[in-house]
Design a protein around this ligand. Structure first.
Ligand code: KIV
Length: 292
């Protein structure tokens, strides 16, 4: 008898695989997912890092920004995503308030993210001011991904969802922020919504990989939010997003077609129905007649 083909479980990636990819001149792929099925899709597509991003507050929970997102909400989503992922590195985002007050908060909430949420590593938004928090978490034993540039949690301070580091002074500050996060021990850093030349300078200056989102082509990797790239977020589309599909249209059409089919009696058909055997049906009719 022919042997059944062996389906090998994919090898789980580690943070060292990211550095190895960059050393070989390959790009890193990171995508923000929100739940079990989207994480399965992203993982099976071969994406290296799945970010349980606090953008889930906007794409999935209906908040107008990421500001209200809580640790409990992040952990709820992280759990579902971690259960789905076999290969990718799962990155858990620490929301606003989870690390801002103290290094102790940063360690406690990072531990919660990894222990309860099941993520492999954590990410935190912020530059020089938050390097001590990143350093404390790294020293406590958990890998940290940094995130500088447009840090949406602090959007009131930044004046909204705006490109950062546009002038020389702001660009120089971004470089200092990036260096501070690398010195704090971060294994990689997200650069969000900054000019491509600033991202290039940072990428050339840092040893750790840079992952851009709206930071041009020179970064070591690229991040997109799944809902943006497949057209499932209809409120606005940032300039840096490329839409690879229009799932909004696909789902809307399916919902219209469903109503049309039901109206026309074209759904459900026999193949969607559970059929009772004729003899059981006749017996049932007799039962009912007797009970009348
Ligand atoms: O929450 C998120 O999806 C993020 C990315 C935009 C980097 O932080």
């Amino acid at each position: 008898m022919a042997e059944a083909p062996k389906t090998e479980a994919p090898k789980k990636l580690s943070i060292f695989d990211l550095q190895a990819k960059v050393a070989k001149g390959e790009k890193i792929f990171q995508v923000t997912a929100v739940d079990y099925p989207t994480a399965q899709l992203v993982d099976r597509a071969g994406i290296d890092c799945i970010l349980v991003g606090d953008s889930v507050g906007m794409t999935t929970l209906g908040y107008s920004s990421t500001v209200p997102v809580t640790m409990d909400e992040m952990i709820h989503h992280a759990k579902a995503i971690s259960r789905a992922v076999k290969r990718a590195i799962v990155v858990g985002d620490l929301p606003l308030g989870a690390f801002h007050a103290s290094t102790a908060d940063a360690i406690d909430n990072s531990m919660r993210m990894v222990k309860e949420g099941g993520t492999d590593v954590v990410k935190l938004e912020g530059g020089e001011d938050f390097a001590p928090m990143a350093e404390a978490v790294v020293k406590a034993g958990l890998p940290v991904m940094g995130h500088i540039g447009l840090t949406p949690q602090l959007m009131s301070k930044l004046g909204g969802f705006k490109v950062q580091g546009k002038d020389a002074t702001a660009g120089a500050q971004l470089l200092r922020d990036a260096i501070a996060m690398e010195d704090a021990g971060c294994f990689a850093i997200v650069l969000e919504a900054i000019p491509d030349r600033v991202a290039q300078i940072i990428t050339e200056r840092l040893e750790i990989p840079t992952i851009g989102i709206g930071a041009g082509p020179h970064c070591d990797g690229q991040n997109l939010v799944l809902h943006d790239m497949v057209g499932l977020f209809d409120r606005f589309t940032p300039k840096f997003v490329k839409k690879y599909a229009n799932c909004w249209e696909v789902i809307s059409k399916a919902l219209t077609d469903f109503q049309e089919d039901v109206r026309k009696g074209e759904f459900p058909k026999a193949e969607h129905s559970f059929i009772m055997k004729e003899d059981e049906y006749q017996a049932l009719l007799k039962h009912i007649a007797k009970d009348k």
